[in-house]
Write a new protein. Structure first.
Length: 99
């Protein structure tokens, strides 16, 4: 499983609670356009994450998929088959699907 490194965290957008309070309407209006997330800090320390609704729904859907029994195992099985050369090429798949 991939984890968020300190370097990745530093690249995120941050906003302090005072600034968030003052600019909440502006930030909420821009958030869907910008997508992603804003890390909310309190006294300079990360405390929460503000997500636009679409990002939240996508994240929730991913979590539901990951919780399905056998889902992760099927991904590992597929990756193993690809590593063993048992997969089909993109071109073969398109031909098979009639695309």
């Amino acid at each position: 499983m991939q984890t968020l490194s300190t370097a990745d965290l530093i690249k995120k957008k941050f906003i302090g609670t005072d600034d968030l309070r003052k600019r909440l309407t502006e930030i909420l209006n821009k958030l869907p356009e910008q997508g992603g997330e804003i890390i909310v800090t309190q006294h300079g320390r990360p405390q929460a994450i503000l997500l636009d609704l679409e990002s939240y729904l996508d994240l929730h859907e991913t979590i539901e998929d990951l919780q399905r029994p056998g889902f992760i195992e099927s991904i590992y099985k597929g990756l193993k088959e690809i590593d063993e050369g048992k997969g089909i090429s993109h071109e073969q798949l398109k031909k098979h699907l009639g695309i």
